[in-house]
Design a protein around this ligand. Structure first.
Ligand SMILES: [Zn+2]
Length: 448
């Protein structure tokens, strides 16, 4: 049995980038005659033209496969903005991938590829940053009359050499007479190899030759994530053994392996809704009200159904170190959730002493005015809040930076949710606390 050129290329790619092996093994290789290039989709496939693979030879073909793996691992197809200019997004992704490959210096990409330097841009930016820069540049060049290429079909414009008026369109060497310093016109660059683009896995735009649905080996919920994690793991091992991997891949691996960031708002919603539900459920059948069906069982006292009012309290640390904006943001969230459950919120402001104690009815939208701003002792607030059993809450949310003494024991019959404004605060929180949530002013940033 002979080994096909694509198998040889894959083998070579694995030799060159052993840590990409999980992905190079997991993807499906789909032969498309006449494609003229190599491309990928959003569903774990790499499409290839067997003639092109032979023409390139194993070295160049393996580099092209490694390039496509870059699109897959960086999720370029899925990251493409909905209204993206697909060709320019493809070029932006190529810049992010190819500058890493060029910096490593050990692979030979096909001759016509996009690098940041092709457009006079610096190395090492994120795809989103390249995209923005390239869009600006494309816009400028369009308005200055450059890029005569057919913009509705930029790839063909590039192939036919209309863009920069040279025999080597779209790439650095012959990049037009007047604008050498600005680089090539992104309107006509095309992306991929020979300006043919890298498929929907690079720009989000499905092509007619792509197969429908997901491949059985890889999809967004199935094998892709394990393959990504395995790759990240291998990159870390590679760094540990040999010290380095090209470009941003080490950072990429760190981000893939980092524990998922939890949105504090969603976490609080889940916990508070759940807790309100549990508290309500616990007293739904109450002996305080005798059942209407009591007559049917005279010897037994049946519990009656009551709709209890869950008591929600918020203890806010109003010491000097608390950021006003964050506290208001967090408090608005609690108030909204309580209102949805029909509950009033008792608000107790505490620094080293109790500064205020008020009950806000459901739907109250006042902005929280912070009193106090002295030192911090949350114990004072706990003692005050739980001093009267009749008014003590079922759910207490404590908002603090965490630099405070805590009571040694959990108050009885109460779920205590700590919402902390510092990570140190979470670490120093008492173990009896039902839930600890770290507030973050901004949602987690999207990684690679
Ligand atoms: Zn590409």
């Amino acid at each position: 049995m002979t080994i096909s050129p694509i198998q040889i290329a894959r083998f070579k790619a694995i030799r060159r980038r052993p840590y990409f092996a999980p992905v190079l093994y997991a993807v499906r290789y789909v032969e498309v005659e006449g494609l003229g290039t190599v491309a990928t989709d959003n569903h774990g496939r790499i499409y290839y033209d067997p003639k092109k693979i032979e023409e390139w030879g194993p070295d160049v073909a393996s580099a092209a496969l490694i390039h496509e793996v870059g699109h897959i691992l960086r999720k370029h197809g899925k990251r493409a903005p909905k209204d993206a200019h697909h060709t320019i997004w493809n070029v932006a992704g190529d810049c992010a991938i190819n500058c890493d490959i060029a910096a490593a210096g050990d692979l030979q990409l096909p001759p016509d590829c996009c690098y940041p330097s092709t457009f006079g841009l610096e190395d090492g930016l994120l795809t989103e940053q390249y995209y923005k820069e390239l869009l600006d540049k494309a816009e400028k060049m369009r308005s200055s009359g450059g890029g005569k290429g057919d913009q509705s079909q930029p790839q063909q414009g590039s192939q036919q050499g209309q863009g920069s008026g040279s025999g080597q369109p779209g790439r650095g060497k012959g990049a037009g007479k007047a604008r050498a310093s600005e680089g090539v016109d992104p309107n006509t660059a095309g992306g991929g190899f020979d300006g043919k683009g890298c498929g929907s896995g690079a720009d989000g735009q499905p092509r007619p030759w792509e197969l429908p649905g997901t491949s059985d080996a890889v999809d967004s919920k199935g094998v892709e994530q394990p393959a990504r994690r395995a790759t990240a793991q291998k990159i870390k091992e590679h760094v540990a053994q040999r010290g380095t991997v090209p470009g941003s891949w080490s950072q990429w691996a760190d981000e893939v392996l980092a524990p998922p960031k939890v949105d504090w708002r969603k976490h609080l919603q889940r916990v508070l809704r759940g807790t309100l539900g549990v508290v309500a459920g616990m007293v739904d059948y109450s002996y305080r009200r005798v059942s209407r069906r009591q007559n049917s069982a005279p010897d037994v006292v049946l519990p009656g159904f009551v709709r209890p009012l869950v008591r929600v309290a918020v203890e806010v640390d109003v010491s000097g170190s608390m950021p006003n904006q964050w506290v208001n943001d967090a408090f608005a969230e609690v108030r909204g959730l309580a209102a949805a459950a029909g509950a009033a919120v008792r608000l107790v402001q505490v620094d080293a002493a109790v500064q205020s104690d008020e009950v806000l009815p459901p739907g109250d939208r006042r902005r929280l005015k912070m009193h106090g701003r002295g030192g911090t002792d949350m114990c004072v607030g706990f003692r005050h809040i739980f001093s009267n059993r009749r008014t003590s809450p079922d759910v207490l949310v404590v908002m603090t930076d965490g630099f405070t003494p805590w009571p040694s024991q959990k108050p009885p019959r109460c779920h205590v949710i700590g919402l902390f404004f510092t990570a140190e605060g979470v670490k120093g929180a008492p173990s009896w606390m039902t839930t600890k949530i770290l507030y973050e002013p901004k949602p987690a940033a999207e990684g690679l």
